[in-house]
Design a binder for this molecule. Sequence first.
Ligand code: BG6
Length: 456
Amino acid sequence: MKKFPENFLWGAAMSAPQTEGQSLNFGKSATIWDYWFQTAPEKFHQQQGPAITSDVYGQYLKDCQRMQEIGLNSIRTSISWARLLPDGKTVNPQAVAFYRQYFTAMRDHGVEPIINLFHFDMPMWLMARGGWESREAIAAFAFYAQTSFELFGDLVKKWTTFNEPLVHVECGYLYQYHYPAIVDFKRAVQVAYHNLLAHKAAVAKFRNTLPSGEIGIILNISPTYPKSEATADMLAARRSDLLNTRSFLDPAVLGTIPDDLVALLSENELLPVTKPEDQALIKDHIVDFIGLNYYQPRRVQAPTAPKTPAQMPADFYQPYDWPDKKINPHRGWEIYPKALYDVAMMMKNDYHNMPWYVSENGMGVANEEAFMADNGEIQDDYRIAFMKEHLNYLHQGIREGSNCFGYHAWTFVDCWSWLNGYKNRYGFYRLDLATGQRSMKKSGRWMKQVSENNGF
Ligand code: BG6
C-alpha cells in the first residue's frame, strides 16, 4: 500500500463559471463568456454556452453530500466576481447568501473549501474598460479580493487568487480561444504583467484581513523537455520554461522575475509598461502555498526559422512530436505521469520546498456512455489507471521529500468547459445533461477507497 502523508487532501477542483449555472440570474452580471456566447454562439461546441452547467447554484446541498459520499475531504471552486460584485462596487446580497450556504454545507460534510477568485471569468463591465490590459483592473481585483476575504474569511481558510493566469492570457491574446480573441504578443505580456500585480495586490490585502489564513496561486504546469541535448534545443527548452513556468512561479514564491526572462522580453521589444512602485509589490507578498495543475508535458525543439523580434512564442521554441508519446485520443493531450515526479523535485530543489498540491489532474473522455454498464455506472477504468499512474510518481516525489499536501482531480461532476462545452467528460460523477441528474462513476467508488486508506 502506498500511503500518503497525514491529513493529505483528497479532493476535486471545479470553478464557478463551469458549474454554477444561473449565469445571468440572481443579480449576476455578464462575464466575457456570457457576452461571447451571445455574440458568437457558433464558436461553442454544439452551441453549449455558459448557462448550460451542472446547476450547482440549485444543487449545492446535495452535491456536498455527494462529495462526502466519495470520500473527498476538500474541494476547490471559485467565487464569481460578476455575481458577488455585479457592477464592481456593490455587493449582491443573493451572492453572499449563496456562497455562505455553499461553503457552510461543504464544512458540514467534512469538506474543506479552497476558494479561488479568478477562473477566466472577467466581468464584462471591466472588459469594456480594457480588461486586464488596463491598470484599473488591478485595483478592481484587489477590492473584489478584499470583499471576499471579509465576507467569507470565517468559513474559508485557504484561498487562491488566480487559476492558470497564463492560460487566459494566451487563449485571450494569442490563440483566440477566449474573448477578446486578440493575437498580439506584446499585449499578452502586458496582460500577464497586470495579472501578476493583481495577484500581489490581493495577497497584500489578505495579510491585513486574514492573518491566520493561507493564500496561494494556481498555475498550470507543463514541464518542458527538449528534443535533444543540442544547444539550440536546450535554449528553446529554457525559453519555454521561462515563459511558461518561471514567469509566475518565481515572482509568486521567490519575489523575483528571472533576469533572463526580462532580457528575452527586452531583446524582442516585448517588455510591458511598468511603474517604479511595482518592484516592491513583486518582491514582497510571497504566497503560503502553490497549486499546480498538471495535464501534459511540453516537448520542444529549436524553432526552424526564428524571428526577431518574436511575434509569437513559436519564434522561441517549437513543439516537438515525441515518437514515444502516449496520447489521450479524446483531448489530444500526451499522458506522461513521470512529469509529476519531476514537478515534485522542482518544487523541492528550486522553490525551497514550499508547500504545494496538485490542484488539477484528470482525463477528459468523449462519449462516455459507451462505457456504461447495465446498472448505469460508467466503467471509467481508464481514468482510474490515469490517476493511479500519476499518484505513483507523486508518491515517489513525496517519499523523496517534496512538500506536497494534496491531490485534486479535475473534476467532481462533469462540467461545462469553455469552447468545448460538454464534449469531454472529467467527473467522478456523470452528469445527465437533459435532467441534471448525477450518478457516481466507478472512479468515484475508487476515490472513496483511496481517501479512506489515505493511499492505494
Ligand atoms: C484547466 C482549467 O486548464 O483544464 C479548467 O482550469 C479546464 O477550467 C480543465 O476545464 C480541462 O480542460 P478542458 O479544456 O478539456 O476542459
